[in-house]
Design a protein around this ligand. Structure first.
Ligand code: CMP
Length: 142
């Protein structure tokens, strides 16, 4: 891997945004906001892979809906670098519920509901490491 200046975080452009042709616009917003792309690929998760990724939410009532949605169509997985990357990416995404997302955030512009909310982001540096390792091999990180 090349020299790392900032921290890394993990992101997903979810199936709703990819299906609606929004992936390019969202990647543009990410790079315009000063993130470097360290890993990026289009994948189509199996239900089992989505269940593994969201295992922490396994007891939640929306787990079935969430994992079926995440495995319903392709998504883009991202390893993003910036100083304070975890917070910076969460700030750019906006609130989980798009109805509560601030003006100028990705979810305000692209999300349609709390389930189909366009993007995912890690909530801590530790989870960012775990989530990047779930989807990327060392060779795929630039
Ligand atoms: P994400 O950041 O990917 O992490 C967990 C996801 O669960 C979250 O974004 C939402 O898309 C989804 N989620 C949270 N609450 C609900 C809910 N009440 N109904 C459906 N999906 C939800």
């Amino acid at each position: 891997m090349a020299e790392q200046i900032g921290n890394l975080t993990f992101g997903i452009i979810k199936p709703d945004a990819v299906r609606n042709g929004r992936a390019g616009s969202i990647i543009q917003r990410i790079t315009d906001s000063g993130f470097k792309l360290r890993g990026m690929k289009l994948i189509h998760m199996t239900l089992k892979e989505a269940e593994g990724f969201y295992a922490v939410h396994a007891e939640r009532p929306f787990f079935g809906e969430l994992t079926e949605f995440m495995s319903s169509a392709p998504c883009v997985v991202l390893a993003l670098e910036k100083a304070g990357a975890v917070k910076a990416w969460r700030d750019l995404m906006g609130a989980t519920d798009p109805a509560k997302a601030d003006e100028g955030t990705i979810r305000k512009e692209f999300a349609t509901s709390i389930g189909e909310n366009a993007v995912h982001g890690s909530d801590s540096e530790e989870n960012a490491r775990i989530e990047i390792a779930y989807f990327f091999s060392q060779l795929e990180l630039i």
